[in-house]
Design a protein around this ligand. Structure first.
Ligand code: ATP
Ligand code: ATP
Ligand code: MG
Ligand code: MG
Lengths: 166, 165, 166, 165
């Protein structure tokens, strides 16, 4: 399993270097390093992230939005190595500005054939990307109820073709 | 294999039986602050076998049981059912659909069922091992967990990479 | 100073009970408790917060937006006891939905005669409340520059009356 | 007493001399992710005497010095000046304006000035004691610090209430 872990790690690292550039720009650089190469299973993992044009510094100095985008790059790198039938993201877009939300949604598009995505959001741009939207309300104080499922017209026709859902 | 549906009853703010159907592509969950969106995320995490009450923002597991309101009494148990479809090949089972049900009672005791048959949490973990469902910390990103994902501490990101490996 | 602390604490507690209701609704309840009353200076402080209609539970179970509004109530309670010439808020509104942002801005109005507020935000509603806006950009990668100060017409006339700024 | 202006030079991403004038009411700071908004907040916190590099998101104090870009060299020092006006009564001084300047060099050594006269950090803390400026942790809410403010741990909220008392 030490070998399995190292193999998985190497693949995630490879994707992360690429995905980070995809989200931040061709001039950006990123890497993943095992702090203790001799003991991969117990070792900490260091993230190296350099936005385009900026000098390399610890990721603690990155902005709130830059840290979120770095997390998005890492998360999608893991999904590439170990796809999951469904992924649930709760307000991942909260710290992102409009252009970063677009970049996040563009990367999301590469995964929707392999996985379903359930995304909790307050952002209108992200909402417009959803195929189906569940609203949740508390008309009665303290009791949650889903309200209405809104399916985009396009999604409805795709669902009928695939015979999924009722 | 894909996620077909989720049913909540007495789970956190979902006092009444609530059913969500899922489709391919992107499902959005929206609503005002405090309406219950993250509680849906907690329900998915919980039914798949989350053992840490803290990961569900509570102090003990019984905190996920609907606690009542000014107008309603608390209930005695929380129940969530998650149904996967097209399971034959992915899980090596004879059924097309597999429904996982978890219940917890006020005394903190949990019960698990697979297609309505009582089973152990261990059985659920073994069923989903290697599929990315179940203990996949990375496939459920809770609100505000970005710092955890970026942390260099082995204990913080251990669970992420362990399941991936 | 133990007496000073207890006195300050009692005042903040009093305001907090009131401000929380102002932000959450008349049916809401909140309190501040010293965990160890006998040793106020070393004691932890527990926040009790009950949104309207909901049962009292630990604040960890509150939603992201509810926790932010609780923090806003506490912060403004401290400002009432110990006003500061200026307050700097960095993206306090990020987890809030539109109606909560309105409530936050309404409470902010009660303080602007006593303090200047410097607010970093991505939210259009909050931006429209600002009297002056500094944009910050990085036209040259990695180098920040302020761009343009936008003063609302109303703010410009007030400033001229008071003779503040140049 | 009110905040009149802030000047940054070589502080984090503000490589060139940058001046902000402040007015009564609400000043908004806006811009895309990573453009430097929180760095302005850090500058205010820093010039008032913040001693923890971690509170400024760095590992050591010299991390606040402009580090260079692909096109520009790093610089040797960071300098921030904060100017308060209408100070006579609030601070008990003879001047209308008080300008606080802080510099840090690559070796980590900090210099403080009050109206261009070298002084100690202690002098700045004493000058602003009880005014809500200076070590008032609660008057500068950094990005993502909500959990800290709500935490019941004494060490987390100690600084807030101590300055208030
Ligand atoms: N056991 C329980 N019984 C009843 N209500 C509960 C229980 N546990 C949590 N809640 C309530 O659920 C609400 C939180 O819901 P949730 O975190 O899902 O909100 P949200 O929709 O994600 O909001 P936000 O947009 O602010 O993140 C809280 O108001 C809390 O009081
Ligand atoms: N010493 C330094 N020298 C040069 N650049 C620095 C230095 N320290 C931090 N930075 C840069 O400043 C940027 C962060 O700026 P800041 O945190 O102010 O962004 P922001 O405008 O608040 O963004 P967000 O909206 O995402 O919160 C990072 O990209 C970081 O690389
Ligand atoms: Mg939430
Ligand atoms: Mg910021």
């Amino acid at each position: 399993t030490k070998a399995m872990f190292s193999d998985t790690f190497a693949q995630v690292k490879h994707h992360f270097q690429h995905n980070f550039r995809e989200l931040f720009g061709a001039q950006a650089k990123a890497d993943l390093m095992l702090i203790d190469e001799g003991d991969p299973l117990e070792s900490g993992i260091e993230i190296i992230a350099k936005p385009p044009g900026k000098k390399l510094q610890t990721i603690s100095l990155l902005s709130g939005g830059e840290r979120s985008m770095t997390a998005v790059a890492l998360l999608f790198s893991i999904y590439m190595v170990k796809p999951s039938p469904f992924c649930v993201l709760d307000e991942l877009d909260a710290p992102l500005d409009e252009s970063n939300i677009s970049r996040f949604l563009k990367m999301l598009d590469k995964f929707i054939n392999n996985s379903q995505f359930i995304i909790v959001t307050h952002n209108k741009r992200t909402m417009s990307r959803a195929d189906v939207i569940y609203g949740v309300t508390m008309q009665e104080f303290g009791v949650s109820k889903p309200v209405g499922v809104r399916m985009t017209a396009e999604a409805t026709s795709i669902e009928r073709q695939r015979g999924i859902g009722k | 294999m894909y996620l077909k549906s989720l049913t909540l009853l007495g789970f956190k703010s979902f006092a009444d039986k609530t059913h969500f159907e899922f489709h391919t592509g992107v499902t959005g969950i929206v609503g005002p602050n405090g309406c219950g969106k993250s509680n849906v995320v907690d329900a998915i995490r919980w039914v798949l076998g989350e053992t840490s009450a803290k990961a569900l923002r509570g102090e003990e597991m019984a905190d996920v049981i609907f606690n009542g309101t000014d107008k309603r009494k608390p209930v005695g148990l929380a129940e969530v059912t998650l149904t996967m479809a097209d399971c034959e090949q992915s899980l090596g089972v004879d059924y097309n659909e597999v429904a996982i049900t978890r219940r917890v009672f006020r005394d903190g005791r949990s019960e698990y069922r697979m297609n309505n048959t009582l089973c152990r949490l261990k059985d659920i973990h073994e069923l989903f091992a290697g599929t990315g469902v179940g203990r996949a910390a990375y496939s459920i990103m809770a609100q505000g967990q970005i710092d955890m994902l970026l942390s260099s501490k082995p204990e913080d990101r251990r669970s992420v990479f362990e399941e991936a490996a």
